[in-house]
Design a protein around this ligand. Structure first.
Ligand SMILES: [Fe+2]
Length: 415
């Protein structure tokens, strides 16, 4: 949905070389901040206030929280004498960092009509100017200390850019006029399903580059894999319709126990955002209500649904290690190829890699403390900033989550 050249450039830099690339760091910072504003430009102040469920946050909150991140982790720690732009924001816009103090309750973020959207935009601007001043004038030793946090903050803001889109989509779906916020994107022709052979053996999972990665992608470690075949593309909407038309949502033998309970309690019989109108399936998108695109990857399904589909098809979901190994060894087409349109549920629980150590300091709360009861998704979606993901990237959500662009790819067991 958008490009991210400047971010890609700094993500490729080795941290030991940050100090020699001061200008690129400033450019990437400015670039990611501007992109957030560009992305939210079509949204009104009323749109930016909406919170449709506890998991989703108002657009206005995302604007402020991504700003808080730079203010709390960089300006407060590394700019002597810097005063909070507004002391109350330290609590309002702290998401979940217990070591950074108290937090305003997440499910109630939509109640924060004050500060206004204009005040939040002013907050963004003030922090940006303070950051640019610091980055442009600080000593090299200070830059060496803050640059890793800056690059983390840039990647953090990209993650929130995706959440801005998925959160507002969820909110707009509650509006029976099904508003269109953006232009309809070009259809994604997924093509024929083919099975790609991948040789197993001892593979290595985890980040292997010299640049930026999140702490949860480390340490790189060996994993033993058998040979397998993996689909050249994710499951598409036409295939999902076959699953539905075969009565699979009503067949208990296809479902995990938790999944069956979830399906019953929530009366689930189709992916989120699918609507039956005059006998035809339609799909709510950021471009409003559209005819179901049969060739496009199915999205907005839970882990439970993905798992049931895999069982129904006689195949299974890849583990995150199989997925990563296939992405590295196959290139395109295959997992992680350019043009990916959905995050892909894997069969792997989100756990620490052997020897995992959280990032040092208070940003250590970023990933590690969530390594319980969630499942790993790999790839990237149509809402992910270009260049943000990579083969070792680990996204994670609870198994019942559906408001992300989550789909699946099959691994063949009968080859
Ligand atoms: Fe965040």
């Amino acid at each position: 949905m958008f490009q991210a050249q400047a971010t890609q450039t700094v993500n490729d830099l080795s941290p030991s070389r940050y100090v020699q690339h001061r200008d690129e760091l400033v450019r990437a910072f400015r670039d990611v901040r501007q992109r957030t504003l560009t992305l939210t430009a079509p949204l009104s102040a009323e749109d930016m206030q909406l919170q449709s469920m506890p998991d989703a946050s108002p657009g206005k909150w995302h604007l402020a929280h991504t700003t808080w991140f730079f203010e709390a982790f960089i300006l407060q720690q590394h700019l002597p004498g810097f005063a909070w732009h507004e002391p109350a924001y330290a609590r309002l816009y702290n998401s979940y960092y217990n070591a950074m103090g108290e937090q305003y309750p997440r499910p109630a973020r939509g109640l924060l009509s004050r500060p206004s959207l204009d005040e939040v935009r002013h907050y963004r601007h003030a922090v940006e100017e303070a950051m640019a001043e610091l980055l442009g004038t600080c000593a090299d030793r200070v830059l060496a200390a803050i640059a890793p946090l800056l690059v983390l903050g840039i990647n953090h803001e990209q993650q929130h850019q995706e959440l801005i889109l998925t959160d507002i989509k969820h909110a707009m779906y509650r509006n029976p006029t099904y508003p269109a916020l953006f232009e309809r994107p070009a259809a994604a022709g997924a093509g024929e399903l083919r099975w790609l052979a991948v040789e197993g053996g001892v593979s290595h999972a985890g980040f292997d580059g010299g640049g930026f990665c999140f702490d949860n992608e480390l340490p790189r470690h060996p994993v033993l894999l058998t040979d397998f075949h993996i689909a050249n593309r994710p499951v598409n909407n036409a295939e999902w319709l076959e699953f539905m038309n075969d009565g699979a949502y009503r067949e208990p033998l296809l479902w995990l126990s938790d999944g069956w309970s979830w399906r019953q309690e929530n009366h689930v019989s189709a992916p989120l955002y699918w609507l039956r109108r005059d006998g035809d399936w339609q799909q709510f998108t950021l471009a409003g209500l559209q005819p179901l695109d049969l060739a496009a990857p199915v999205t907005h399904v839970s882990y439970y649904e993905a798992d049931a589909y895999a069982r129904w098809s006689g195949q299974r979901l890849p583990t995150e290690f199989e997925w990563e190994h296939a992405a590295r060894s196959l290139g395109s087409p295959g997992p992680g190829a350019d043009g990916a349109h959905c995050w892909e549920w894997t069969a792997s629980p989100y756990m620490a890699y052997p020897g995992f150590r959280p990032a040092s300091g208070n940003v250590g709360e970023y990933n590690g403390k969530f390594m319980i009861n969630q499942m790993v998704l790999r790839g990237a979606s149509r809402a992910t900033a270009h260049g943000h993901s990579r083969p070792s990237y680990r996204n994670f959500f609870y198994p019942d989550a559906r408001w992300q662009y989550s789909g699946l790819r099959l691994l063949r067991t009968d080859a």
